[in-house]
Design a protein. Structure first.
Lengths: 249, 379
């Protein structure tokens, strides 16, 4: 059995967001790059499953679409414990392009379970996993918060409003995972870090997907207005401000 | 000159930072109760930090000293008790065995020490021999095939949790420091007893005891180096140890600074953030400069060690400077926090208590000045 984990290379979630002068892009010149937190949890779960599988799961592969700058993030995934990695050498233009590139690169290997984080912490599109399963012609399960393998049966827990849905999908399938899939991300060990450069990182040429999305402009959120304090006895003033200034009633 | 870190070094720093984040959850409580970080040390060893610089052929990580000091800095930002356990184990004990031990000693001890299965302690200080390490009273009498150890060692970090002791003791008192030997001693050897847990000012969750030896038999094969090499061995091990303690002091300073910076951007006084008051902003600027200087010294010392050059002078400078600025920066951090700084919840009072020890152990600040002045006057 083989597991593929799709990882996004995203700016650290503590990065201060700045826009370029013309507001056409996010200025990430000084950003630290990390594995998208949901993908990191997916990877952790994949490794837990492999370790508990008594050799049934041969390997865990990670894949990302990105240029050479994404390699430190990929090597961190290898240091954490992935067996090998694929980098599709293209800019991750949009969810459609990324999903297509991943599907093309993954086809040949016939992975049994493909894990994707529910969203990436940069653009939060939540679209890639569903598109990927469509391109691969595989079923997908979304909002997966638990994934177990019992014997030959995969058991998946989906969080739905008001409860949980238990699904027993046939492999191969795509699982779009969310928080809860693993307790916490793993810290790479010294041995893992040392081994990371020795593990295969296969760079493949892109299949040539065209992005369907165009980013027109970015706008920073409006700065928070100062809080206005109104004395309890001046209810009239409060109503007037809510009507005419805040315009919410 | 190249100030760029490698990808691995950055990854190690990040791993240490992620580990340190977990220490934060109970560091105040452990300090208060003087409770040993048992499961934290287990995780530290699982991550490979307890053997990170040891040759992979003994199961170590084969990392350089620069990676090591970067990791120690990150851990010390949060919890110096964990950092000192790691520092003594790595820089004094496993380093000492790997660098000066026989192949038999390396194969016997290193593989079980890099996994953290056995922790190391370094027993040099005595009730009447601290900075004056030549005045060793502990005796290691030569009995042919073994040494017979008698005496008392004081202020021993890891005394309780460790299984592998390196004991410095006098064999030939007439030869003064040329008669001293360094012996590897298994803690469970009959005749070893521990004094009570020292109730310390800071680093309270590391275990510190005095250790008494009464007719303890140590096989000859456990001696490190030639007969009489012990004092030189201790000085060499401490030279390396200093870089670790310098990194620890740097981490304390950096931790206190980072907390102050954050706090100054949240706390308001006189209608504006305290960071907008020059009195606070200038304190932060002074802290930042001192930390940058200390970091450069610590990294240079590690680089000298990694490239096989003499690191004793810069190592002493790094230890002296980092320890002194750790004290200054952590004291100012308490001042910036005001009343909040004086209570435990905000961490900085603990960092200040921890900083004090870095000026004392593994060579006091005054001893560093002896080392430095001798060197600069000699050259």
């Amino acid at each position: 059995m083989k597991i593929l984990v799709c990882i996004s290379n995203v700016p650290d979630t503590t990065t201060k967001i700045k826009l370029t002068g013309d507001q056409s892009a996010v200025d990430l010149a000084n950003a630290q790059w990390i594995i998208n937190p949901w993908d990191e949890l997916a990877l952790t779960r994949a490794l837990e499953l492999k370790e508990a599988s008594a050799g049934k799961i041969d390997k865990v592969t990670v894949i990302t679409v990105g240029d050479k700058n994404a390699e430190p993030t990929i090597r961190k995934a290898l240091a954490i414990g992935a067996d090998d990695a694929i980098r599709v050498d293209a800019a991750p233009a949009d969810a459609f392009a990324v999903a297509y590139e991943v599907s093309e690169a993954a086809k040949a290997e016939n992975f049994d379970i493909i894990l994707c984080g529910i969203e990436s912490s940069d653009y939060n599109g939540s679209a890639m996993g569903g598109m990927l399963s469509e391109f691969l012609g595989l079923p997908s399960v979304s909002s997966v918060s638990k994934l177990e393998i019992e014997g030959d049966q995969v058991k998946v827990n989906r969080e739905i409003p008001g409860g949980n849905e238990l699904v027993e999908p046939e492999t191969p399938f795509v699982a779009i995972v969310q928080k809860g899939i693993a307790k916490e991300p793993r810290i790479p060990s010294m041995r893992g870090i040392m081994m990371a450069r020795k593990k295969p990182l296969n760079v493949v040429a892109p299949a040539g997907a065209t992005a369907l999305t165009e980013f027109v402009a970015y706008q920073p959120p409006q700065p928070k207005a100062a809080c206005k304090m109104i004395a309890a006895e001046n209810v009239g003033e409060l109503v007037e401000l809510l009507h005419n200034e805040a315009k919410i009633i | 000159m190249n100030f760029e870190f490698t990808e691995e070094q950055i990854m190690i720093k990040q791993a240490a930072r992620d580990f340190a984040k977990k220490l934060e959850t109970d560091v105040i409580e452990r300090d208060y109760k003087a409770e040993f970080p048992t499961h934290q040390i287990k995780e530290l060893s699982e991550l490979g930090f307890l053997g990170m610089m040891i040759d992979p052929k003994y199961g170590g990580g084969g990392m350089d000293s620069l990676s090591y000091v970067m990791a120690l800095e990150e851990i010390s930002k949060v919890d110096s008790s964990v950092a000192v356990i790691m520092s003594v184990h790595n820089s004094l004990v496993t380093y000492g065995i790997e660098k000066y031990g026989t192949e038999f000693q390396k194969e016997k001890y290193l593989p079980i020490m890099v996994t953290g299965e056995k922790i190391g302690a370094f027993l040099l200080s005595e009730p009447e021999a601290g900075s004056d390490a030549t005045s060793q009273k502990t005796l290691a009498e030569d009995k042919g095939d073994h040494y017979l150890l008698n005496g008392t060692k004081n202020w021993i970090t890891n005394a309780h949790c460790a299984d592998v002791y390196i004991v410095i003791a006098q064999t030939h008192p007439e030869k003064k420091h040329h008669g001293i030997n360094a012996l590897i001693v298994d803690k469970n050897t009959p005749g070893i007893s521990l004094g009570p847990h020292e109730d310390k000012m800071g680093m309270r969750s590391s275990d510190t005891h005095s250790v008494m030896f009464t007719d303890v038999k140590v096989p000859k094969e456990n001696r490190i180096g030639e007969d009489g090499f012990g004092f030189k061995f201790a000085m060499k091990a401490l030279e390396a140890g200093r870089i670790g303690i310098a990194a620890q002091a740097l981490g304390i300073a950096a931790g206190a600074y980072e907390r102050s910076l954050q706090y100054s951007k949240e706390r308001k006084a006189f209608g504006k953030l305290i960071s907008q008051h020059q009195a606070i902003a200038f304190k932060l600027a002074d802290m930042a400069v001192k930390i940058e200087n200390a970091r450069n010294l610590v990294h240079k010392a590690a680089w000298l060690k990694d490239t096989g050059k003499d690191f004793s002078l810069i190592g002493s400078m790094a230890k002296l400077y980092a320890a002194d600025i750790a004290m200054e920066v952590s004291t100012e951090a308490v001042q910036i926090h005001g009343g909040y700084g004086y209570v435990k919840e905000y961490h900085v009072e603990r960092l200040m208590r921890e900083a004090k020890l870095t000026q004392i152990y593994e060579g006091t600040s005054e001893i560093q000045k002896v080392v430095i002045s001798r060197r600069i006057l000699m050259d």
